[in-house]
Design a protein around this ligand. Structure first.
Ligand code: NI
Length: 265
């Protein structure tokens, strides 16, 4: 496995549940853009597959661990990894702090983790292994009422939550606002909760994203259309040293969708 083979596998898995990402990718390529990713984001519950287990396949290919983060309001811890090859995206992995969930939600997640096959955590394809458990739609809804993150992971399992385009490497858009306007013109809906653009030049990072696609998901009792993934766009600014900022900031970290979106798509 090479870094580009792993990223290719992640991308194919991601666009299978997020077709808008492939359409946007093609639209930008048709303008002559060569798209470079800023980061890919993955999620986990902790337990036998924590941040370290999910990072292992990336570390084996040369990604090096960088800063840790705590997003208290979303009950998450996170870390990112960077590769010596600047063409390769950063890898952002977050983990839900299960101890901060309600007893009811915690019990549902424990029951999912209990279904993990032996040795699952050691799979070389863990970052795109998919969903190794069954759950009822009511369990998904219970999780969703408390944490969009917990519900998404229950429904989709181990795979990329989003790819993020590096806006600074685009040649035909002066800034993130111009890219956002282009996407809206082409019929894409952007996530506007808390404003279209999260973050600021002062924070050295601005990000926007599409609204999540929705796809049919098989639950143990029925199949339902639920939000899958969004496509994200990031513009980075230099630090006083002149070097580009490569970290993440809470105000522009991975966004949530409103739970009322479920069933309306
Ligand atoms: Ni992100």
């Amino acid at each position: 496995m090479t870094p580009s083979a792993l990223l290719g596998a992640l991308w194919r898995d991601y666009v299978a549940s997020t077709p808008q990402a492939e359409r946007i990718h093609r639209l930008l390529a048709a303008r002559g853009e060569r798209i470079r990713n800023d980061h890919v984001a993955l999620r986990t519950y902790g337990g036998p597959i924590g941040i370290a287990a999910l990072a292992r396949p990336f570390e084996q290919l040369g990604w090096r661990p960088r800063d840790h983060y705590r997003f208290a309001d979303k009950h998450l811890v996170a870390r990112y990894w960077q590769h010596d090859d600047p063409e390769l995206p950063k890898v952002f992995i977050s983990e839900l702090v299960l101890a901060e969930l309600s007893p009811r939600a915690h019990a549902i997640v424990d029951a999912l983790i209990a279904q993990l096959p032996g040795e699952f955590a050691q799979r070389a394809d863990l970052p795109y292994a998919g969903r190794p458990w069954n759950l009822a739609f009511a369990e998904y809804e219970t999780l969703l009422a408390e944490s969009e993150y917990a519900a998404w992971l229950a429904a989709f399992g181990y795979r990329v939550n989003h790819f993020t385009v590096d806006v600074g490497s685009l040649s035909t858009f002066p800034d993130l606002q111009a890219l956002d306007a282009f996407l809206v013109e082409h019929g894409f809906s952007l996530n506007s909760s808390g404003g279209l653009v999260k973050g600021s030049p002062a924070e050295r990072l601005e990000q926007s994203s599409t609204k999540a696609d929705a796809i049919e998901v098989e639950f143990s009792d029925r199949s339902e259309r639920v939000p899958s993934c969004y496509y994200e766009f990031a513009r980075r600014y230099p630090l006083p040293s002149g070097e580009l900022f490569h970290g993440f900031v809470p105000s522009s970290a991975d966004k949530i969708f409103e739970s009322t979106d479920v069933g309306r798509r």
